[in-house]
Every structure is written in C-alpha cells, then in structure tokens.
Ligand binder design. Sequence first.
Ligand code: KE4
Length: 458
Amino acid sequence: MNPARPRSAAYFRRAQGVLVGGVNSPVRSFRAVGGVPLVAARARGPWIWDLDGRRYADYVMSWGPLPLGHAHPSVLKAVAAAAARGTSFGACHGAEAELAEAVRAALPSCERLRFVSSGTEAALGALRLARGVTGRPLILKFEGCYHGHGDSLLVKAGSGAQTLGRPDSAGVPEELARLTLTAPYNDLDAVRALVSRHGKRLAAVIVEPFAGNMGFVRPQPGFLEGLRALCDACGAVLIFDEVMTGFRVAPGGAQTLLGVRPDLTCLGKIVGGGLPAAAFGGRAQIMRELAPLGPVYQAGTLSGNPLAMAAGLATLKELGRPGVHRGLAQASAALLEGWRRLLAQAGRPAFLDAEGGLFGLFFAADPVRDLGGAKASDTVFFARWFHALLEEGVFTAPSAFEAGFVSSAHTPTVLKATLRSTERALERLAREGRRGSRRPSGKAAAGREKGRRPGDNR
Ligand code: KE4
C-alpha cells in the first residue's frame, strides 16, 4: 500500500513521539485510508513534493485556501513586504479595513465584519452573536456539515469527525449537545418540523451552502431559500458557513451565486490566502452587538494579523482578474469529465459533482444528497483509489468525507497529466482486482513502468 517513502515514514515516526497522532489536524494522519501520510517538503503552483522527493499534482491544496496555487509570486511578495513592516501589532492597522472592504464588495451581506484566525473561531463568534442578539439557546445544524471544532458544533459533524467515526465528539457535555438540533442536509421537511416545535427557542440555523465536509454535496433547489423563509418566520439568524465556498464556488460565494442572503456569514481559507485568517460578518444591526460596541464578547491576539491580511488581499486581487474564476470552474469540469469517462470505462459507478473550484467524488451509483448517501458510498474502494492515485503522483483528499480543490495553477497540461496518471492508477487497480484484490505488496505498490521517477506524473 505504501511504496518506499523512507524519509516520510521516518519523520512520521518521530512526529508520533511528540505530536498527538503525529499531526496537527486529524485528517492529515491518513487514518481513513491507511498508510504513511504525505509529509510535505515544499509546494509550488499545483505541485507538492514530499520528504522523499516525490512530486504530486495536489488536489487537496491545503483544504481550500489556495485558489492561485501554492506559493503564488504575488502572495509571497505581499507577505514579505508586510513582514518587513512587522509581523503583528496588537493594534489597528490599514490592511484590516482594506481587506474588509474587499470582502464586503464581494459579499454585500457582510455590512460589518470581524477578522479572526480560523474558521472555527468564525463559527464560534457567529453562533455566540446569534444567541446574544436573540436571547435564545438552540441552534440547528445539518448532519455531515462541519463548522470547526467548537463544542456546540461537534454534533453529527462532518470532515475529520465523520472520517474518524466520531461525529459526536467526546468532551462535549450532554447538556450542551442537547442545545444543538440536527437535520439531514437538503431535508426541508425535517427543518420545518424542528422549527414548528422549537422555533421560539431557536437562535440560529447554520449551514454550509454547498456542503464540502461529507464529500461535496450541493443544495437542492429550494433548500436554502426554504431555510431563509423558515428563519424569517421564527426569528432565527441564518448563518452561511462559507469558510470553504467563499470566493471559491463564485467570486461572491454561494450566497451571491444562489441569490440567498444570510444574516451572518463565516469566511476562512481563501480570505487569508493560505495564512491564518478568517472572518464573520453580516447585518450591521446584528454585528453591532459584538464587543466593543455591544454585550457579546469576542477577541483574538492575532485577529487581523498583517501578514494574513496581506496574503488575503493579494489573493482576492489576483482572483478578481478577468477569467480567473471561470478558469477554476473549467479546471474542475475538465478533471471530473475525465474521471467520469475513465471510471465508466473501468466499470466503476461514481457520482462526481463540482461548483467553481470545488469538487467531489463518491463511489456511488446514484447522486448523493446527504450524509446517509455519502456513508453508503464505497469507502473501501475509495481508499484503494486514493492510494493508486497517490502512487501515480496525484494527491487527493485522504477521506471520502472531504471535497477536492483546484487552482488557477491547474492548467490543461496539468489536468491532462493527472488524467494519464488516473488511467495508470485504474489499470493497476484492475490488475490487483484480477489477482483477487490482494492488498498490493510494498513491491507491487511501488511497481511502476520502467523509466518513470517516483511520483512523476508526466
Ligand atoms: P478551521 O478552523 O479548520 O480554519 O475551519 C473550520 C471549518 C469551518 N467551516 C467549514 C465549512 C470548513 O470546511 C472548515 C474546515 N475545513 C476542513 C476541511 N474539511 C479543514 C481541514 C482540517 O480540519 O484539517
């Protein structure tokens, strides 16, 4: 399953001696797919290299913050210039308002904003604000959606929590978890029933407008519009968690693409351009309840960090150039069209979908509309597909409950090379299948046609 990547394996053993599970975020451990995790040495454009010098076409792309590719020159230049002026002030500085204005120009619903350092913080801040302005205790989230690791949100959560089979994390007091209602994604009837019973105590409905943490699942027509209407009817705050979709599915995020205006929005990933920055924002009438203006407290040492602001500004500026966003959508579409064709030829039922630069793949014969559908997909084959691609120099999400990401660096040449690598990966899987689907030995897994360097996916 894992060919000779001795340096990566040695580092991971060392890391496991000091970092829990050898990682700083669970999904990086490859526990869902097995094998030695990828240990990055460097990255540029669409490429990432591991400690063993193997190069991979990267479709994880740091889980979304890099729509321009790794180490984009404009971002590096902006960060270096900012660093030369000081890395953190703990005081106001010009780039904060500049980036906030750029965000508001793209997402007009964000009349006022607060920068924080992670998507988790953004979701925590938005929820506390919703509870503060409504004086109500309950929140409603969707099974398989992930909004970071805040206690109230680790209830039937997606992403790593789902991957590790712990959608309801230990350590969350039952008394608190009971304040979080859940419904299946895309199930408006279930939401209607919960609102009719609990609407008077409901502070907020929080939703990923396109779900990217149970794999990629798009909202069905009327779903988000229905949430908007139900929140209006019961007085709950509608929160769009656009940490993943913001600036990725469209320049103005899902809310602009789909024409549904939330009361609050969470942003992350792209807004920091690969550095730790996130934000929550929304109606001024709600946001002004936040400290120092209002009674809802929130704070952060590195909130609005000047380097992260510089990276975010440079990223949004490049992303706003004509044709860049269209290019992301074209790259996703080309990748999925090729995978769809190759998987059909291999007789593998698969459901593939994309919006802008965000995409997903399930080994399922039918469309996946919720967590139940995602969990019913063939996750065993998914792990074999993952490793076969990795072997051929293509790094994709090490979990069936994650999405995939392209960048403007994923040019047609890179995509064609990825599809050639995919063809070889499927040929290998077919050979293994003919050998009675024995798990490939180290040698077999490492087996490559003569003459190609490890990880070479030309
Ligand atoms: P962070 O705290 O990881 O910055 O953001 C949490 C978060 C909030 N909302 C959405 C929609 C998200 O997708 C995330 C984080 N996404 C995961 C990937 N599925 C981050 C990767 C990881 O956990 O290592």
